[in-house]
Design a protein around this ligand. Structure first.
Ligand code: IFM
Length: 477
């Protein structure tokens, strides 16, 4: 943004030769429907599991809900103008399933689809490439009532919904990701229950993970048939998993968590099989009887790209007698079959989510996906950090977030130098929003949102990112 009153933040762009990204690198920012749209009961939208969950006492901090969120449903044109001012090349958004197919089955809701038609038109009109995610966690409540993701039928419903969205938007949207972070849907939603729908059963979490991937594969087949030109992929959240020491028991703990966090999804989607050690680790939890002949062939239907969300690293160790369980994503119930593994805190700087900042982990993760799994183009579909921000004299100088982005972009560049076909990067998030079980208490945005007035203030990181995009690079250090 070129506002003389708001000079670019002091930082790495001020000196030195530049670290240039490949031509055409897709610089973007991401959001998700329930986190920003609001208008929860407008235009024919019906409840999703997140409406039910957030309206259930004790589930979300301070009883926050996505009823209004960033009011993006009503402010979409000005939000797109803001994206254009930042120079974004692409915008990754998700479609709200219960907005476009109320209840999760039956005909499309034209009014809901019209919102996304207008959004896509606005984006294209500003030269911004739309990147559409079909499922960012807002399962229509009636589908949960019928069994949710642990039920096989949900996979088929998802493919029908994908087709309906493709019919409406497939002529103008090139980039499609099916699921966002299926680990979270399965293991936070059905394992620990800290996310919607708030159920807690290890076997259900594993079944949910399988049916999410089955839905992904079926949706890819449906989209491929109707939109052969589309670029199709999935977004997975990945973590390097490091043993706390070389001790065999710690190394084995890392293997187990890596299987549950990463290989549970990468292997079926990109290799067409479950890791054998995973099945052995989970033998007390499930016999994988829910996996039918032919499922893995569907799940591994060829893709055009892989989206990687990266935030942090897991460092783990063997169990210790009497150790206190850790909260949130470290909760034992997130890790069926590995409940006794300890997550180790190294004492390195953390974000406001208490997630360790580990930029080299991004290089490691991208290299691993490329070197062990696929030659497909990779995109960082999310990367970012929550910090406590403050508006001072109308400005938000988020130096910590800016430094986080800077370090991770250097790590992304290093992966490219090592041969990874990384084609784009999406900052999480365009704007502060509803951070799930944390409500509005955690701010990830490059743009500050005042939830009372709905005013937007681009933070220092946004102005810095605009300059990175303009130069297609960073200054070398
Ligand atoms: O806000 C979430 C997003 O919805 C999915 N990926 C992680 C982000 C930060 O927790």
């Amino acid at each position: 943004m070129s506002n003389p009153d708001h000079p670019p933040a002091v930082g790495v762009l001020d000196q030195g030769p530049e670290l240039i990204f490949p031509p055409g690198f897709l610089w973007g920012a991401a959001t998700a429907a329930y986190q920003i749209e609001g208008a929860a009961t407008e235009g024919g939208r019906t409840p999703s599991i997140w409406d039910t969950f957030s309206h259930t006492e004790g589930r979300v901090v301070a009883g926050h809900t996505g009823d209004v969120a960033c009011d993006h449903y009503h402010r979409m044109p000005s939000d797109v103008r803001l994206m254009a001012e930042l120079g974004l090349k692409s915008y990754r958004f998700s479609v709200s399933w219960p907005r476009v197919q109320p209840g999760g089955s039956g005909p499309a809701n034209t009014e809901g689809l019209d919102f996304y038609r207008r959004l896509v038109d606005e984006l294209l009109g500003h030269g911004i490439e739309p990147w559409l995610t079909l499922y960012h966690w807002d399962l229509p409540q009636p589908l949960e009532d019928a069994g949710g993701w642990p039920a096989r039928d949900t996979a088929g419903r998802f493919a029908d919904y994908a087709e309906l969205v493709a019919d409406a938007l497939g002529d103008r949207v090139t980039y499609w990701t099916t699921l966002n972070e299926p680990w979270c849907s399965a293991f936070l939603g059905y394992g620990s229950g800290v996310h919607a729908p708030g159920r807690s059963d290890g076997a259900d979490a594993v079944r949910a993970g399988h049916h999410l991937m089955l839905g992904h594969g079926l949706a890819v087949q449906a989209l491929r048939a109707s939109r052969p030109q589309a670029q199709l992929g999935i977004t997975v959240n990945l973590y390097p998993v490091t043993p706390a020491s070389d001790a065999p028991a710690d190394v084995d703990a890392a293997r187990r968590i890596d299987a549950l966090a990463n290989r549970f999804f990468l292997d079926p989607v990109l290799r067409g099989s479950y890791p054998t050690d995973l099945a052995a680790d989970l033998r007390e939890v499930t016999d994988f009887g829910h996996v039918r002949d032919g499922d893995l062939a569907v799940i591994s239907t060829p893709l055009d790209l892989v989206g990687v969300n990266y935030y942090s690293r897991h460092v783990v160790a063997a169990p210790v007698e009497g150790a206190e369980p850790e909260p949130y994503w470290r909760a034992p119930s997130c890790w069926p079959g590995s409940e006794d593994v300890r997550f180790v805190t190294r004492g390195v700087p953390v974000t406001d989510m208490n997630w360790e900042i580990d930029a080299p982990g991004l290089t490691e993760t991208l290299r691993r996906v490329h070197e062990e799994y696929t030659d497909l183009p990779l995109y960082v579909t999310e990367n970012g950090s929550a910090f406590v921000d403050a508006v001072i004299d109308g400005q938000v100088d988020d130096v910590d977030r800016l430094a986080y982005f800077d370090a991770h972009l250097r790590a992304a560049h290093e992966a490219i130098s090592a041969g990874v076909p990384l084609r784009g990067y999406f900052a999480w998030s365009l704007m502060d929003n509803f951070e799930w079980a944390w409500g509005y208490t955690k701010r990830f945005g490059m743009v500050w949102v005042d939830y009372d007035s709905q005013a937007r203030i681009p933070k220092s990181s946004a102005r810095w990112y605009a300059e990175v995009i303009r130069r297609n690079g960073l200054a070398a250090q």
